[in-house]
Structure formats: C-alpha cells, structure tokens
Design a protein. Structure first.
Length: 405
C-alpha cells in the first residue's frame, strides 16, 4: 500500500525564506513528489500535524485545500491498487497529476526515426547507438524523463568510464545525446523546463590534440616510396592533394569527378558532404600535378578522379550504401596510411584527416589570414579554425624558447 504525506521541502527555501509544499508518495520504498503550488515559511508549518499553523494569514483555506489533496490522492491510489497490485510509484504520481509522464526511450527513438531523412546517416546512427548504450546501462526501457536525475547521470558517467573504459570526450558525447533529447522534449512542452539534470552535472572535457605533419614530415611523406600496390599510391596522392586543396575531407576526395575540376580557373567546385553547401576552392600547383597523373584520353567529365573506391550510381542515390562504402574505404586508407606513418617514424598514427590539419597549420604558418583559412576549410564558425591558430602560436613559442635558451 502506498503512503501519502504533505511535506515542506526546506531544502528548496527561496530568497524570501519560504519553502514549497509537496505531496509525497511512497510505494515500494520509492518516493515521488508532486508540487502543490504553494510556499510558506517553515515557521508556519506544523510537521507533526501536517497542517499550516494559525500564524499564517490564510491557514484555514490552505489546510482545507491540503486535506482535499490528500483525500483525492488516497482515493486514486486505492482505485489503482485495487485494479493492479503492481502499480509503481511513478504510475501513481502520473495518475494523481492527471498528466501522462513521457517515456524517455520511446520519445528518443521515435524522434530519431522522424528525423532519419533530415539527419546525416552517420549522425542518425550515432544517436541510435548512444541511446542503445544508455539503455544497456539502465537495463530496460521503462524510464520516464522524471526518472533521470543527477544521480542517474553520475552513475552513467561512472559506468562509461570504469566498465566501458571510455575517455572524457566519449563520455561527454554520450551525455550530449541525452541532453539533446531533454531539450527537444522541453521544446515540445512534454516535460517541464525545471527538470534538467544536466545543469547540475558535467564531465570535465579532455584537451583535444590536433595532429598534423610539420614541413619536414610532410616533405618526407611526399618523397616516400610506397609499396607496389596501386591503392597505396592512390591514397598517398589523395592525402597530398587534400593538403594542397584546402584540406578537403576523405568523403569529398574519393567522389571527386572531373566535372568538379575547372582546369582553366584551377578550381575544385562541389557540394561538401558534411555541410551540404557548394564549395569552391582554387587548388595549388602540386594538387594540379597530382590530377594530371590521373587524367587520360579516355577520362570523361562524369568519371571519378581517384580510383580508390568503387563509386557507382547507387553511391549517389542510396545513402546507406554510400555510408558502408565510405566506411570500408576509410578502413582501407587507414591501413595504408598507418604503414606509411610507421615508415616515416611519426610519433602518432597517420590518418587521412591529418591532411586537413596539415593544410590549416601550413596555411597559417605561411601567413594566410585566419578568415581565409576558415573559408577554405568550409568551417561554419571561425572559432573552429582558431584552434589551429593556437597550435601555430604554441609552436612559435617553442621555437623562440629553443632559440633563446
């Protein structure tokens, strides 16, 4: 049998010295609280009798209201427990409030499906995977937004760290997905704005390190003799091409067609996959020389420039097919680039994305304005580009220190 009691929550006293009155339900040792919409001074509350003292100007009316609330709650609890002995404290609270509580997983998974065709496929898959991760931690889907508290988030972060071995960056992203679902549910007026446990808990962010090739390392890569496998040479050329083409991402480079290249203006023009914006960039002489290696008399405007992955018609019409193909191509490129990095004795693993970082640091080191670098990299915010400016500044400080010392 559930118990009902009126309590004054003294831990929520406001600046005026008043505390809110709540209806507290306890079922199977699990408490639930329902705000009654009134605040009084602790000096005006009789804890033993659960009544407002006579020193309150409106004590008689308030006590009648509270008495009625308790009676109504007890009546509804009796009805529900008669029908269903396994009724939970959450279900009792839901019935008494008269407003259905929103299931977190039901809402979140449905939201993902509704936005499946507007989100990038990788983003859609990430959302679902991180929701599944949280579901695995909880152990079931019967979780309401109200059930997710600061303690829940702390325990989840601990689970990610100790059980899964996640670093802080991964833990923060895991929490970010939950945070997003809360905000969306609030925008739809499905949950109250005051229930937002993320405002009271966060995980310290790890310092991210942007890996890039310095001049010596980049020259060594250019001069590196790769294996006799054709794809190894192609991925090396694609990496170097990216550095001299504004740091084009892997997904954009593998699908480049000859009609994306204007030889007269020496420009690459295409819709960038990540931002879905048309991007035009003038490429360097080294990039032009690489393109000329792959240009033949049989090359047609609609042909793919770099023969690294099998880019077919389905690639451009079926995003699931495209995502799988790109994933396989990235894995293959990673294998070849990692081997090259070891041959060069780099202090980090070489990946294609490092070409993007290499372009940015080289451009800034050579005096290009940060606004221009940001534009060439198709960044949505110059603040993203400023990370590279800090790297360049840090490297300059090191060089000065070495010279002075």
């Amino acid at each position: 049998m559930a118990s009902v009691k009126i309590i004054l929550r003294k831990n929520k006293i406001d600046k005026a010295g008043n505390a809110p009155l709540y209806l507290r339900l306890i079922k199977d040792r699990k408490p639930r609280f329902i705000s009654l919409g009134f605040k009084i001074s602790p000096l005006e509350w009789d804890e033993d009798k659960q009544t407002v003292k006579k020193n309150h100007s409106n004590s008689a009316r308030l006590n009648k209201f509270l008495s009625q609330k308790v009676a109504d709650a007890q009546g509804q609890i009796a009805d529900l427990e008669t029908k269903n002995q396994s009724t939970s404290a959450r279900k009792l609270k839901e019935a008494i409030k008269g407003k259905p509580m929103v299931n977190f997983f039901e809402y979140s998974y449905n939201r993902c499906e509704k936005q499946k065709h507007t989100l990038a496929l990788s983003t859609y898959n990430n959302y679902k995977n991180y929701l599944k991760k949280f579901e695995t931690f909880i152990g079931h889907r019967e979780v309401m937004f109200d059930d997710i508290t600061v303690t829940t988030l702390k325990n989840y972060a601990g689970y990610c760290s100790t059980t899964l071995g996640n670093n802080n960056t991964t833990i923060n992203f895991s929490l970010k997905i939950l945070n997003l679902m809360f905000k969306e549910a609030q925008r739809e007026d499905l949950i109250p704005l005051n229930h937002f446990p993320f405002s009271k808990f966060n995980v310290k962010k790890s310092k991210s390190t942007k890996r890039y090739l310095n001049d010596e390392q980049f020259k060594a890569l250019i001069n590196l003799e790769v294996s006799n496998k054709a794809k190894a040479q192609v991925i090396k050329d694609m990496f170097i091409f990216s550095v001299f083409s504004g740091g084009l991402r892997f997904g954009d480079v593998i699908e480049l067609k000859w009609n994306n290249y204007n030889a007269k203006e020496q420009k690459i023009t295409k819709v960038i996959r990540k931002t879905n914006r048309q991007h035009s960039i003038r490429i360097g002489q080294k990039a032009i020389e690489i393109l000329e290696k792959y240009k033949t008399e049989e090359s047609k405007n609609g042909d793919i420039i770099f023969p690294f992955a099998k880019i077919d018609k389905e690639y451009f019409t079926n995003r699931e097919h495209r995502a799988k193909l790109v994933q396989r191509a990235i894995a293959l490129s990673g294998m070849y680039l990692t081997k090259m990095g070891k041959e060069l004795e780099l202090p980090f693993s070489l990946t294609f994305h490092i070409s993007r970082h290499t372009f940015a640091t080289r451009a800034l080191n050579n005096g290009m304005r940060i606004e221009h670098v940001s534009k060439l990299m198709d960044h949505t915010d110059i603040g993203i580009t400023q990370v590279y400016a800090k790297i360049v500044s840090s490297e300059l400080d090191k060089a000065v220190d070495q010279y002075i010392n």
